[in-house]
Design a protein around this ligand. Sequence first.
Ligand SMILES: [Zn+2]
Length: 215
Amino acid sequence: MAKQVVRRRGQRQVEDVKGNRGPADLDVLQSLVTEMLLALGEKPGRNGLLKTPERVAKAFAFMTQGYHRDIDHLLNGALFPIEYDEMVIVKDIDFFSMCEHHLLPFYGRVHVGYLPNKKVVGLSKIPRIVDVFARRLQVQERLTVQIAETLKSKLNAHGVGVVVEARHLCMMMRGVEKQNTIAVSSSMLGVFRSQPQTRVEFLKLIRRGSVSDSD
Ligand SMILES: [Zn+2]
């Protein structure tokens, strides 16, 4: 059965001549979940598990939908010319992502700042950009860099800063089993990297009330 599943998946990938991944294949996912349940020693036919393969397939398709979102489409009509050269900050953006090493969630908050260069983006688009990259199999460091580089290039901003604070279930439920550990990653581009005072201002502005604050 496993071979059959793998072969079907291979065929679909070959069909895609543009090299784009199509939407998640729910049928393949479902049969793989059934096999996983069997491999775990479960009985996929028992009552509580009857619809589990379908539910898990749909959940994974949702949680990885970012692969199929197009940033340019998302930003279409949401970039505005403006003479404004102060820092723009959107902080405490909740996100949920999936660690690519264990397929377990990691989640937390993203803080974004940028220094505009004659162009700003509608504020509501920033959390949506975060989702595009969070809803994939990820590592926190890459998620951080992808958000920063996307904003830098699409806005042609003088600088961008992104800080991600996250809890990883693969650390909390297994491995080191540290429940209160928060992993922090940052990406500083342009003047956020070259000018210490810009970086310090950004970090000070996102600091107040952030999830890692003890007070
Ligand atoms: Zn992990």
